[in-house]
Design a binder for this molecule. Structure first.
Ligand code: GLC
Length: 448
């Protein structure tokens, strides 16, 4: 039993909820929910011998904790999110004309990487192709030559991006959507099997290009293995044959970390959206993906920017339960990440500069999290408590007992905290004048 007592307590909830989800298109929302229901209701997906990574090959990923997701494509021109083509029923031929206007002269992948590093992120995942079908690289397999090399941009953005990540020391992730709205067979795979087969052929060809032509890729982040916007990704495994697809992937990239959205059981599981993370530590690798601008993943003129506190609280809520956080930005049509987003990320980076010891390379526990109040991580002879709520005056925090002896206790890189350890638990008395409005880390040194 975890007994938690707060003596004087002033707290304004800063958690972002899924209010913006209500503004999403019906199928867009379904896309989010199908993955989350799989996450909550038991992990789904087909698997084959040797296709998933052994635990030791997942360690770097579990150490990394924080990454940048980037949704960037033709939809940035429309500035209403990456589902605009579908939501506004824009015919494929009409939508394709956007490629004539897409020549982002200001795009600079090194700048993206620099922004991610300043935010304290350790990896990036760039959307190479979303459901609209436009490939952001030199893609000979692209149906109707719908790619950035053979249209106005005349550029291979994936090449520039992968090079920039490596130069900056960031791990390289690629997002790829097998589904493609341009194919009527996607919506009717049984009625129009030949057209659906063309889409599948494109997916195999493009995944091979991405795995073969860009050096070592660390993460493959599929999205939309489902069919006709129905069921789950795993339900569509009969069509995509993800075991075959990923056997090919592993031939080029034996150590790549693969998410679950091809229908194959993932090396990690995905929890999507801005809802508060609650509950106990999860004993499998998982990742929370969400949007810095709650309006949509792709660039959106509407702005619902997460606050500094909500980002940091989300991060510790995730890390304290054994997850990673993949925070999305949507650059505009020129490839620029909006200045206000860059500033917000910098604030998170400043917090991580001070508190990063309690995040990177840690594992969750030993204390189970108490929702909206605290959670913990540990590494070596240190235990870190992330105190989420803050009080203006003073705070007593009761933690459950632990067998190791606590030698010292302090606010990370700051002053000492009074503690009493007994067989019934540990009591910390914290001077709340020093607390960070988002999350304060308390470091306990234990006897080894
Ligand atoms: C959802 C959205 C999609 C986005 C993805 C990121 O599936 O529908 O647009 O790319 O989430 O996780």
């Amino acid at each position: 039993m975890f007994k938690t007592k707060i003596i004087l307590f002033l707290f304004i909830s800063m958690f972002s909820t899924s209010i913006y989800a209500q503004q999403l298109g019906k199928d867009e929302l379904k896309s989010m929910e199908k993955s989350n229901s799989a996450f909550k209701g038991g992990i789904k997906g087909v698997t084959g011998p040797g296709l998933n990574l052994p635990a030791e090959k997942m360690q770097w990923w579990e150490d990394a904790k924080f990454g940048m997701f980037i949704h960037w494509g033709l939809y940035a021109i429309l500035a209403t999110g990456e589902w605009t083509m579908f939501n506004q029923k824009i015919p494929a031929e009409e939508y394709a004309k956007l490629a004539d206007q897409f020549h982002p002269k200001l795009f600079n992948a090194d700048q993206w990487a620099a922004i991610a590093k300043t935010a304290g992120m350790k990896y990036m995942v760039m959307v190479a192709r979303h459901h609209d079908g436009f490939a952001m690289w030199n893609s000979p397999s692209s149906y109707h030559h719908f790619n950035s090399m053979e249209t106005a941009a005349h550029a291979d953005f994936v090449a520039q991006y992968t090079a920039a990540c490596r130069k900056a020391g960031l791990k390289v992730g690629i997002y790829y959507s097998p589904m493609d709205w341009r194919f009527p067979g996607y919506f009717d795979p049984k009625g129009q099997p030949e057209n659906a087969a063309l889409m599948k052929q494109q997916a195999y060809g493009q995944v091979e290009e991405l795995m073969k032509n860009y050096g070592k890729v660390d993460i493959l982040w599929y999205d939309g293995g489902w069919l006709s916007h129905k069921g789950t990704d795993a339900d569509a495994a009969w069509f995509w044959e993800p075991l075959k697809l990923n056997t090919m992937v592993r031939q080029y990239q034996p150590d790549i970390v693969i998410n679950p959205r091809s229908g194959m059981f993932g090396d990690f599981q995905v929890n999507e959206g801005s809802a508060e993370v609650k509950g106990p530590i999860l004993n499998f690798p998982w990742e929370k993906c969400l949007n810095l601008n709650g309006a949509s993943w792709g660039y959106n003129k509407a702005q619902h920017l997460m606050s500094r506190s909500s980002i940091i609280q989300m991060l510790v809520n995730v890390v304290d339960r054994g997850g990673n956080m993949l925070l999305n930005v949507g650059p505009d049509q020129d490839g620029i990440i909006p200045a206000s987003h860059v500033l917000r990320l910098k604030e998170v980076g400043e917090w991580l500069n001070k508190n990063g010891k309690s995040i990177y390379g840690t594992r969750p526990g030993p204390f189970e999290p108490v929702d909206s109040l605290y959670g913990s991580t540990h590494k070596g002879n240190m235990i870190y408590i992330h105190l989420i709520k803050s009080s203006k005056v003073s705070l007593e925090l009761d933690l459950p007992p632990i067998s190791q002896q606590i030698l010292s206790c302090r606010i990370l890189a700051d002053k000492k905290v009074k503690f009493q350890q007994g067989k019934n638990g540990v009591k910390l008395t914290i001077d709340t004048a020093r607390l960070d409005p988002a999350v304060t880390t308390i470091a306990l040194r234990i006897k080894e």
